[in-house]
Design a protein around this ligand. Structure first.
Ligand code: SIN
Length: 477
C-alpha cells in the first residue's frame, strides 16, 4: 500500500521513501501505510496529466461516457469491499458507507448520461452574414483536493465531470482517509481510463498543492474543505489564474414552523444532524423552532438521540461513529462547554463516551436547548453530533436568525403552508435549500454555497461548467 501514488499509469511510493500511517479513528489501529508524496511527485503527475490530456480531450464524448459508466458499474460491483475500507479509515457506520459508494457511482452515471449531450450551440448573430458557434472546451489539467468526511464521494463528484468534459486530473485525497480514493483510482484504471488521465498523489497537503498551483499547466483547482484553506488556495491559484471552485464550510439552520408535519420534521432533523456523526458540511447545526412547539420538538429530538448507538462503524446497529481525530472532539467539547456556560441546557448527551477497547473519540449524541447568538456554536460549525435548539416568534425573525451566519451552504425549513414555502425558499441566503427535505444531496443537482461557503457548483450539467472554457467561433459567410 505504500505504493499509493499513481502517475501516468504507474503506481509507486514516495521518492523520499516517506510514509504516513492511516489509522482507524475508532481504535487508532494502523490499517495501512501510504506514500508521503511531495512537490516532485506532484509535478510529475502534472506532466503525465498534461501529456494524456491531448488525446483524452479528442476522445468522443460518447466513448468517455462508456468508460465513466463502467467506473460506476465497478463501484457498485465492489460496494461491500469499498464500504468496509471507508468505514475503517473514516469511522462512519457501514450503512452510511454503502450509501456513499452508491452516491459516488451516481456521479459517474450522471456524468456519463450528460457527456454526449454537451455540445455547443449556434447563436443567431446580429450580422446576417455571420454565424456564432459557442462550444465548451475542457480547461486542461484539473487539480482535485478532497476532504476526509466523504473520502470517496468528494473525489467522484469532482473527477466524474472533469473526466466527462475531457480534462485530465491530478487528485490529492486527505492524508487521514486516502484509501477510498486509491480504490477509486484502481477502478478507473480497470474501467479503461487511459494512463495519465487520472493521477493520484498521496501525502501531506502543503507541498503537493503548492506545486500544483505553482504550475501553469494546472488550469483549475476544485477543493472541498475549510474556508481558511479555501482562501489560501484562492490566493495561490491567482499566480497562474487557475480556475477555482471551492466547497467550504457550512452552518445550516433548520427552521421548524408550528404548522409543520411534526414527526416528519423530527425524523428529518435526526437524519440530517447525525449523518456521519455531524461531520457533514450540510448537516443541520442550528435548529430554529417556533416557540409554541420548541419544548416538544427539543424533547422529541432528545428522545430519538438517546436511542442512537455509538460505536465502531462496522458493528451492527451502530448509528454514530467516532469523530475523525482528537482536535475534532476537543472542538465539540469546547462548543458544548461554551454554550452551557452561557445558559444552554443539556437535554441529553454533552460528554465524551468511554467505550470498551475504543479510542477516546466518541461524543454522545447531544441535544442542547437555549441556543442563542452569543454562543460559539451559533457562529462556528461544530462538526459533531450536537443538535442545538433556538426559538423564534415570527417568520421574519426566523429568516433573520437563519441568515445570521457568514456561511451560506445549506439551509432547511419545515412548514405545510404553501405560500410560506416559497417565501422561505426565496428569503434564505444559501446555495442549497431543503424545503421539507433534510437530505437534498443528489448527483443531478448543483451542490455549492454562497458567502464564506465558497462558490462553484458540483453535480449535473453545472458540474461540467467548472471544468470547461467557452470558446466562440465567429464565422463570416
Ligand atoms: C459535504 O459534507 O461536503 C458533502 C455532503 C453531501 O454531499 O451530502
Amino acid at each position: 500500500m505504500a505504493e499509493s501514488i499513481l502517475i501516468g499509469g504507474v503506481w509507486s511510493g514516495a521518492r523520499s521513501g516517506g510514509t504516513i500511517p492511516v489509522c482507524d479513528p475508532a481504535d487508532d489501529v494502523v490499517i495501512a501505510e501510504i506514500a508521503d508524496g511531495a512537490g516532485e511527485e506532484a509535478r510529475e503527475a502534472v506532466t503525465a496529466a498534461a501529456s494524456a490530456f491531448s488525446e483524452w480531450r479528442r476522445e468522443t464524448a460518447r466513448r468517455r461516457a462508456v468508460i465513466l459508466r463502467r467506473v460506476a458499474e465497478l463501484l457498485r460491483r465492489d460496494r461491500e469491499r469499498l464500504a468496509a475500507v471507508m468505514t475503517a479509515e473514516q469511522g462512519k457506520p457501514i450503512a452510511e458507507a454503502r450509501g456513499e459508494v452508491d452516491y459516488s457511482a451516481s456521479f459517474f452515471e450522471v456524468a456519463a448520461d450528460l457527456a454526449p449531450h454537451c455540445g455547443g450551440e449556434l447563436v443567431p448573430a446580429a450580422d446576417p452574414m455571420r454565424r456564432i458557434l459557442v462550444r465548451p472546451e475542457p480547461v486542461g489539467v484539473a487539480a482535485i483536493v478532497t476532504p476526509w468526511n466523504f473520502p470517496l464521494a468528494m473525489v467522484a463528484r469532482k473527477a466524474a465531470p472533469a473526466l466527462a468534459v475531457g480534462c485530465s486530473v491530478v487528485v490529492k485525497p486527505d492524508e487521514r482517509t486516502p484509501l477510498s480514493a486509491i480504490e477509486l483510482a484502481r477502478l478507473a484504471e480497470e474501467a479503461g481510463v487511459p494512463a495519465g488521465v487520472f493521477n493520484l498523489v498521496t501525502g501531506e497537503p502543503v507541498a503537493i498543492v503548492e506545486a500544483w498551483l505553482d504550475d501553469p499547466r494546472v488550469r483549475a483547482i476544485s477543493f472541498t474543505g475549510s474556508t481558511e484553506v479555501g482562501r489560501l488556495l484562492m490566493r495561490q491559484a491567482s499566480r497562474h489564474l487557475a480556475r477555482v471552485s471551492l466547497e467550504l464550510g457550512g452552518h445550516a439552520p433548520f427552521v421548524v414552523f408550528a404548522d409543520a408535519d411534526f414527526d416528519r420534521a423530527v425524523d428529518a432533523a435526526i437524519a440530517s444532524k447525525f449523518r456521519n456523526a455531524g461531520q457533514t458540511c450540510i448537516c443541520a447545526n442550528r435548529f430554529i423552532v417556533e416557540a409554541s412547539i420548541a419544548d416538544r420538538f427539543a424533547e422529541a429530538l432528545a428522545a430519538r438521540s438517546r436511542e442512537l448507538r455509538c460505536g465502531r462503524g462496522r458493528d451492527a446497529g451502530v448509528s454514530t461513529g467516532p469523530l475523525i481525530d482528537d482536535a475534532a472532539i476537543a472542538k465539540v467539547e469546547a462548543h458544548v462547554e461554551d454554550a452551557v456556560s452561557r445558559g444552554g441546557r443539556l437535554r441529553c448527551g454533552g460528554e465524551r463516551l468511554r467505550l470498551d477497547g475504543l479510542a477516546d473519540r466518541f461524543f454522545a449524541p447531544t441535544v442542547l436547548d437555549g441556543l442563542d447568538p452569543s454562543m460559539r456554536m451559533w457562529r462556528e460549525e461544530t462538526f459533531g453530533p450536537v443538535a442545538a435548539v433556538a426559538r423564534f416568534e415570527s417568520e421574519a425573525q426566523a429568516i433573520a436568525l437563519a441568515n445570521d451566519s457568514e456561511f451560506g451552504l445549506a439551509a432547511y425549513f419545515f412548514t405545510r403552508d404553501a405560500s410560506r414555502l416559497m417565501r422561505m425558499a426565496e428569503a434564505l441566503d444559501y446555495g442549497i435549500v431543503g424545503a421539507n427535505d433534510s437530505l437534498p444531496s443528489t448527483a443531478e443537482a448543483p451542490f455549492g454555497g454562497v458567502k464564506q461557503s465558497g462558490f462553484g457548483r458540483e453535480g449535473g450539467r453545472w458540474g461540467f461548467e467548472e471544468f470547461s472554457n467557452l470558446k466562440y467561433v465567429s464565422w463570416k459567410l
